[in-house]
Design a protein around this ligand. Structure first.
Ligand code: SF4
Length: 295
């Protein structure tokens, strides 16, 4: 295990610990990165609330694992389920139109400093948009405050203010902005996947049982961010979710028609939307499931 990386992550959590009644808001995903920051926060001894926001498309094993790990009182249900949200938005979530994470997963912790398990190694976009500290919202005010404190920062293409150190000036900026902005401390932003597994093994954390079933990422079943291959694999594992999405797309098409929104041949019905969503082909599901697809 990389002791130095662990030490730096713990120092980072200690450095930005908010000195208020609530402490950090730890965004717990139920995946390996979530477990890593959960354990790091315990090792650092910082005050924190460990919370999971349900999306309603979470795999059952993930929900059970989270319930057993952080307690059901720390699981928060959304105002709208993902099924209701898709109908309301009139479009399935996708890599380009990714409304669901912000409405379902990133809703808690207002006015608190958040801890996340974001790692830059996960994707190009994370590398571009995330740092050890990411401050979002009210960028003009944050830039003004950063200039006033002579903080070294850069601005992401989405106007996030990114800090890569824990020095006193950065700490003062975080303390000054977290009540009015979204401030995320990402203590494992520079960790590779192998660092995460070594850390978890060292501390005896087996993590979500789905990893032992061959899952590479833990999120919603059928999450479009995982790519077509992963979506298909997850739907083969959870055919009921596949069925639910098709029924939801049928309701979405009906709602689009009610609003007078255009619906092309590509989106003729729920199955057609699913075909489009999966990159051009439907899955061969067991007959009894296929027969139940009508809304
Ligand atoms: S994990 Fe994927 S499907 Fe779930 S809320 Fe986030 S983007 Fe949407």
């Amino acid at each position: 295990m990389n002791i130095e990386m662990e030490r730096r992550a713990i120092e980072c959590l200690k450095a930005f610990e908010p000195h208020d009644e609530q402490g950090y808001y730890l965004c717990y995903s139920g995946g390996k990165d979530g477990d890593t920051v959960r354990l790091l926060a315990q090792l650092a001894g910082v005050a924190h609330q460990c919370k999971h926001n349900l999306t309603t498309a979470d795999a059952p094993e993930t929900v059970y694992y989270i319930r057993d790990t952080i307690g059901k009182e720390n699981i928060i249900s959304p105002a709208l389920s993902i099924w209701q949200l898709i109908v309301k938005k009139g479009i399935p979530p996708s890599r380009k139109v990714r409304y669901c994470c912000s409405e379902l997963k990133e809703i808690g912790g207002k006015g608190q400093v958040k801890i996340t398990g974001v790692r830059k190694a996960e994707s190009k976009s994370r590398r571009a948009l995330q740092e050890l500290v990411t401050i979002s919202g009210a960028p003009k005010h944050t830039v003004k405050a950063a200039e006033g404190l002579s903080v070294s920062y850069r601005i992401s293409r989405r106007n996030g203010i990114l800090l890569d150190n824990t020095n006193d000036r950065s700490r003062r900026l975080v303390a000054a902005r977290y009540k009015s902005c979204s401030v995320a401390i990402n203590p494992i932003s520079d960790w590779e996947e192998s660092d995460v597994w070594q850390f978890l093994h060292h501390y005896g954390c087996k993590s979500n049982p789905l990893y032992q079933c061959g899952f590479k990422r833990i999120g919603c079943v059928g999450c479009p961010l995982g790519g077509f291959k992963n979506m298909k694999r997850e739907f083969e594992y959870y055919p009921k979710f596949y069925e639910n999405y098709i029924k939801t797309f049928d309701r979405m098409i009906a709602e689009r028609a009610r609003r007078g929104q255009e619906t092309s041949k590509v989106w003729a019905d729920g199955e057609a939307v699913m075909r489009w969503w999966l990159g051009g082909e439907l899955l061969n599901l067991p007959v009894e499931i296929a027969h139940n697809l009508a809304v």
